[in-house]
Design a protein around this ligand. Structure first.
Ligand SMILES: Cc1ncc(C[n+]2csc(CCOP(=O)(O)OP(=O)(O)O)c2C)c(N)n1
Length: 658
């Protein structure tokens, strides 16, 4: 291996060497602990140290790095105290996730590291968000994100590179091409010569770098990073390297030809560089021993600290209180003037006033800028707030949700508009796995609101009519808001945006232009987690949300003899069980009307909660009324049959005569 060191001083060469040696020696210790049964799992980065170390050293300390499971060198080069890493791997409190996640699945703002989630690809889009923040704040910083060649087969890779290129974001996409993704060789993973070739398709500069040559990695990445700082743009870097051990230690390596292992062993990044330093008389035998002894001493000392740390004592309250970032609701209500508004106008005005409240709030979505959005909610926003903050996106729901996460990591709030709630399925993974779990895992909140134009009754068929709140209400870590009136929509949207946690904000399209109400013209907020009692009666409690609230009210208008409490939930997570229980205890009967198909919908949980908490007060079994167990059909007569609107009155009367 040849090293071109012309511009590097001895200090840097030593740092490169020591920084590679440390993860190597830590790993060797881990193998011993693994055999002794003292740790449970290990993903080895042996043979790949030069990439993690070289890239980290090429970046400034305040620039974010998003590493993978084989990038121990990122963590050690950023000088995280080793006992904290060991504690993390042992699930102890002084790790980074308080025992809630394992191995390298953590981030730390202090060290500007954002660890992976198991799904591999999502962090590529998160890097876009961090880089976007850097660009918006004119910070001239680069963000480096890692993935393996296996991860490049995921849609997230394509979406993240595409967004980064269209927006010219300062991201270094670092692909560690190490020959295998678990047992899958590269020829079964992708069908082009080099992954770097893909850069062309994204309109992106790319480079192939010898990933086993620390000097090449460090000097080339330093130069590229410097250039990206002054001219923000994404760059695709393919590091050629090899995975010298199994996917994880227990899984073996039988499927890798011995010849390949032997050939790559000759290119060992640590041994070769050490030999080079010795050949150049920059390192002698004695120094080598001293350096190794110092690292081994540090490892052992820190291991002892970690092993001596007590195990975490589980505490339900602590766990539950860590799912969301604390948010103290602040009431704004200085409104004297009211104006009649449609549901859609209230949302548009609420969104606009939030943009005025929060100077750096960013809105992202398809066709939301010049075109004003599919429903025209952001019409005129571009002129008022500019292109930086009102961002048209390519059609890539995953990468945009991930970008929103990255913005949040960098301290910027965002609202993502799904063109239709149905399409959130294309961005489902980052919503339920990244946004929802991030605060619980490593205290990083996701300050993101996802607007969800949803619902049926508009003859739009199976893919433009769903009300898919149940996909999210069952995922801890997400808040779900679902207003039915203009007043609620405007005030709740303002609060959803103020809340630093991820909020799915459902807007029923059928209500957009059909429901009007007098709404305060100024900015105001309403609290999440508070239902509203729309009507008071004594015979039955009707519980609903969204469009069906209006069906229930219509039914009561047509049946003035029925005396009912009508509870509009307004938010589904958190759920206002107090209002529900108080009402049911008073009336003794409960009927829950839901637009989604019945099975697994939130009405089932509400029903169970009522049974558990109000059983002695009930005069009849709790009734659920919901849509049929089919996809939503297109033709009006089929859709009318599918929806529960026409079945509600009969069910209500049956319940009253039980
Ligand atoms: C979405 C998803 N699918 C599958 C896996 C299981 N898995 C974990 S790592 C891995 C191989 C990844 O290969 P590569 O990206 O090349 O990284 P390497 O392990 O070689 O460093 C697989 C299949 C996963 N974690 N996530």
């Amino acid at each position: 291996m040849t090293y071109t060191i012309k511009n590097l001083d001895t200090e840097t060469l030593f740092a490169l060497y020591k920084n590679m040696l440390k993860p190597r020696l830590i790993e060797e210790k881990m193998f011993i602990l693994l055999r002794q049964g003292k740790i449970s799992k290990w993903f080895s980065g042996i043979g790949q140290e030069a990439i993690a170390v070289g890239v980290t050293m090429a970046l400034q300390d305040d620039e974010y790095i998003l590493p993978m499971h084989r990038n121990l060198g990122v963590f050690t080069t950023r000088k995280i105290p080793l006992y904290r890493l060991f504690a993390q791997w042992q699930g102890k409190a002084s790790g980074f996730t308080k025992g809630r996640d394992r191995s390298f699945h953590f981030g730390t703002q202090q060290y500007r590291i954002v660890g992976m989630i198991s799904h591999l690809g999502p962090q590529l889009g998160v890097a876009d968000g961090i880089a976007l923040a850097s660009k918006l704040k004119n910070k001239n910083q680069v963000t480096a994100v890692f993935t393996g060649e296996g991860g490049t087969s995921e849609g997230d890779f394509h979406e993240a590179l595409n967004v980064a290129s269209v927006w010219q974001l300062p991201v270094l996409f670092c692909i560690e091409n190490n020959g295998y993704g678990l047992s899958t060789p590269t020829r079964e993973q992708y069908n082009c010569k080099d992954i770097a070739d893909k850069g062309l398709g994204y309109g992106m500069e790319s480079h192939i770098i010898d990933g086993n040559n620390i000097v090449e990695v460090f000097t080339k990445v330093s130069k590229i990073a410097e250039s990206v700082r002054s001219k923000p743009r994404p760059v695709l870097l393919e590091f050629k390297t090899f995975r010298m051990r199994g996917h994880e230690e227990a899984s073996g390596i039988k499927y890798v030809p011995q010849g390949l292992l032997d050939a790559w062993a000759m290119k060992d990044p640590v041994m070769n560089f050490q030999a080079f330093l010795k050949d150049e008389n920059l390192l002698n035998e004695n120094q080598e021993v001293l350096i190794k002894e110092a690292i081994v001493h540090e490892i052992n000392e820190h291991l002892e600290v970690a092993f001596n740390e007590e195990d975490i004592i589980p505490d339900e309250t602590i766990e539950l209180n860590n799912v969301f970032k604390e948010f103290e609701y602040q009431e704004f209500n200085n409104n004297l003037e009211l104006k009649e508004m449609r549901f859609i106008d209230a949302i548009s005005e609420g969104l606009k006033q939030s943009m005025e409240q929060h100077d750096d709030l960013v809105i992202m979505g398809q066709d939301i800028a010049e075109y004003g959005g599919a429903f025209k909610i952001t019409d005129g926003f571009l002129e008022q707030f500019g292109k930086d903050r009102i961002r048209n996106t390519p059609i890539c729901e995953s990468a945009i949700v991930e970008t929103a996460m990255g913005l949040s990591i960098a301290g910027i709030k965002s609202v993502v508009e799904m063109q239709f709630a149905d399409f959130v399925s294309s961005g489902f993974n980052p919503v339920v796995n990244y946004l929802a779990k991030s605060h619980y895992r490593w205290s990083q909140n996701a300050d993101v609101v996802i607007r969800m134009p949803c619902g049926g009754g508009v003859a739009a068929g199976p893919f433009h009519s769903q009300t898919n709140e149940a996909w999210f209400t069952k995922t801890p870590g997400l808040k779900v808001v679902y207003p039915a009136f203009p007043y609620d929509a405007k005030g709740l949207l303002a609060t959803a945006i103020n809340d630093p946690n991820p909020v799915l904000f459902f807007e029923h399209k059928g209500l957009y232009r059909s429901i009007r109400q007098d709404v305060p013209t100024d900015y105001y907020t309403l609290p999440l987690g508070k239902a509203s009692l729309l009507k008071e009666g004594h015979e039955v409690t009707i519980i609903s949300f969204g469009a069906p609230i209006h069906w229930a009210l219509e039914t009561l208008e047509n049946n003035p003899d029925i005396s009912a409490d009508v509870v509009d939930l307004r938010t589904l997570q958190p759920l206002d069980t107090e209002t529900i229980f108080n009402s049911v205890k008073k009336t003794g009967r409960a009927i829950i009307l839901q637009e989604d198909s019945l099975f697994g919908g939130i009405s089932s949980d509400i029903s169970a909660l009522i049974m558990e908490h109000c059983f002695e007060y009930l005069d009849a079994p709790v009734k659920r009324v919901a849509s049929m167990e089919t996809p939503i059909p297109f033709a009006k007569q089929l859709e009318d049959q599918y929806l529960p609107k026409n079945r509600f009155e009969v069910a209500l009367k049956e319940l009253l005569t039980y």
